[in-house]
Design a protein around this ligand. Structure first.
Ligand code: TXA
Ligand code: MG
Length: 350
């Protein structure tokens, strides 16, 4: 049965009456999509198994993929976890509210449905006034994955959420475009040294400044060894538009390789777009290619902010293939390239 999805416009400010309505929906077990500083989230009461099951159903998400629990105040953390190591206090002091999800041993009251069957739970405090107010008013911790259909690029506007989930969820709050544009960093504090499971808005370099040694999940390293000849399209795709994504890694002469691959595809009759840093755009001369500047390589924040919207736009334009010029994998570039590798699903050219 399709649901009536209530659309609340809070782009110019928080409306108290509408906010009370959205908070009541959450308290009663409903699903509310809301803006955060990273991407839009699809929220439900994290302590209500039935409500949480609704998230998995609406997104078509595999049951064993755990959710991040969002809080509005630091005190909420202590009811959700078994203990808080001292390094967590330092991280929270520095990065909350903000794009850092921390993994702890979970308290018994957190349902296994929320944690995908794990005995750990990821928690973060989003840095967005609408998200903070919603969680505070609902008076419950809010489990929220990105508010997209599973496998699609994450939503950075309410229109993206609407396209994916209207009729499947109870409410969408429009807070305008999100700022950061890629998801939070996921850091596991139950391993020693702490381990980054997903690079995101807080960089590994920033974490090392506070923590000293920080490991990267070996799966992230493995991802970097995937080559086009070995598994074209065989790997699990994620953050992916309908168009095929080809990722050309950042090496000297990268523009030449991008143009050669894009040109070949265009010659074969496919509609091809090139996504490249603005600084590189003038180096492309093949008139058959649709050129999309994706932000400035000197300011990776501008690339992160544009990334998912551009991938969705390519589908809208009916593009068959997107050839993406990769960037350096440091700072925020690590998160950007992680998402692009997943969107490419193994179509990677080095
Ligand atoms: O920025 C974000 O984190 C956004 C906004 C809405 O807050 N949320 C988000 O959620 O990206 P989602 O569900 O799309 O991604 C959550 C990630 C997944 O990779 C999941 O596997 C991991 O966090 N995760 C969550 N809990 C975990 C746990 N207990 N152990 C290991 N990984 C966990
Ligand atoms: Mg997601």
């Amino acid at each position: 049965m399709p649901k009536d999805t209530l659309f609340l416009d809070m782009r110019t400010g928080i409306d108290e009456g509408q906010m009370a309505q959205a908070a009541a929906i959450l308290r009663q077990g409903g699903l509310v999509a809301f803006p955060t500083e990273t991407v839009y989230g699809l929220g439900a009461n994290a302590l209500d198994e039935v409500a949480v099951a609704g998230i998995f159903q609406a997104k078509g998400r595999p049951q064993d993929n755990p959710l991040i629990v969002h809080v509005a105040e630091q005190e909420q953390l202590y009811d959700l976890v078994q203990s808080v190591p001292s390094c967590a206090r330092d991280l929270i002091g520095r990065f909350w509210p903000g794009p850092l999800s921390l993994i702890f041993k979970k308290a018994p009251q957190v349902p296994l449905r929320t944690t995908g069957g794990l005995d750990t739970v990821a928690i973060r405090m989003p840095d967005h006034p609408v998200a903070l107010k919603l969680i505070a008013e609902a008076q419950v911790p809010v489990a929220a994955p990105s508010a997209n259909v599973s496998g699609r690029p994450s939503p950075t506007t309410a229109a993206h959420v609407h396209r994916d989930l209207a009729g499947r969820i109870d409410c969408i709050i429009d807070g305008g475009p999100t700022g950061i544009g890629v998801e939070s960093t996921v850091l596991d504090l139950t391993s020693t040294p702490p381990m980054v499971l997903r690079p995101g808005g807080v960089t590994v370099e920033e974490l090392r400044e506070i923590l000293g040694p920080v490991d990267l999940d070996p799966a992230l390293e493995e991802e970097r060894t995937v080559r086009i000849a070995r598994s074209p399209g065989m790997k699990y795709r994620h953050y992916a538009p309908v168009a095929r994504v080809h990722l050309v890694l950042d090496r000297p002469g990268v523009e030449k390789r991008v143009e050669a691959l894009a040109g070949e595809l265009a010659k074969a009759g496919r509609r091809v777009a090139v996504m490249a840093p603005a600084e590189s755009i003038p180096l492309y001369t093949n008139g058959q290619l649709l050129l999309e500047p994706m932000g400035q390589v000197q300011k990776p924040v501008t690339i992160a902010a544009n990334l998912y919207g551009l991938l969705r736009k390519m589908d809208h334009l009916g593009v068959d293939d997107i050839v993406v010029q990769g960037i350096e994998e440091k700072g925020l570039g690590l998160a950007i390239m992680n998402r692009l590798r997943k969107a490419a699903g193994g179509r990677i050219v080095s």
